[in-house]
Design a protein around this ligand. Structure first.
Ligand SMILES: Cc1cc2nc3c(=O)[nH]c(=O)nc-3n(C[C@H](O)[C@H](O)[C@H](O)COP(=O)(O)O)c2cc1C
Length: 177
């Protein structure tokens, strides 16, 4: 399906698949999305910023703009991938201490669809805080792709074995039409 002229924000967090987020950019652009990459501050160490800026044609943003700088185009949809334990829990709790979380905080209230594709090991996924966060976000209409048929957590220290099977395409497929 094409999305001519529509803007997709891809929020990338500091988890193993982050260096490969260009794969999701390609898939989204093939569907007609204009893509803007937003990185959490720790994710800046994981990604190739010049390559992503060349690929998207837009600066990678990780901080709020200065008051006199132009606004970015508003997102029509947001994908968080890879989504960390940290950012999922902070989003659910209403914390807005990064630009990425500020965007996420407003999105449900603005009616912007949000899809979260986690990358967490099963030690983190089994924690009550994460399970509560997933339930709370789903109750607000956020699509959290965690569980069978979606992202399935791996044992700790094995994340590197799961890079090629990380289901980037599932995030796009999970956006509403
Ligand atoms: C090499 C490396 C790999 C990491 N992988 C993950 C991961 O797969 N999932 C996760 O939730 N956190 C992972 N972390 C921890 C997060 O980077 C850390 O919690 C960070 O504060 C997340 O910040 P963010 O949510 O703002 O991106 C990793 C950290 C490092 C240094």
């Amino acid at each position: 399906m094409t999305q001519p002229g529509k803007v997709l924000y891809i929020i990338v967090c500091a988890a193993g698949p982050a260096p490969h987020v260009g794969r999701l950019v390609t898939l989204a652009q093939d569907q007609g999305w204009t893509v803007q990459i937003i990185a959490t501050p720790p994710a800046l160490n994981f990604i190739d910023i010049p390559a992503l800026e060349k690929q998207t044609g837009h600066p990678v943003r990780s901080q709020y703009r200065k008051p006199d700088e132009p606004k970015s185009p508003r997102a029509d949809a947001i994908i968080v991938a890879p989504a960390t334990y940290n950012t999922i829990n902070k989003f659910a709790q209403g914390i807005a201490d990064t630009y990425a979380l500020g965007l996420l905080s407003e999105a449900p209230g603005l009616g912007i669809p949000v899809v979260i594709l986690p990358f967490v090991n099963n030690a983190l996924a089994s924690r009550a805080p994460l399970q509560r966060s997933v339930d709370q976000l789903r109750a607000e209409g956020v699509r959290v792709l965690l569980g069978p048929g979606h992202f399935e957590p791996h044992p700790p220290s094995t994340g590197g074995e799961h890079m090629d099977s990380y289901p980037w395409a599932l995030a796009l497929e999970s956006l509403p039409n």
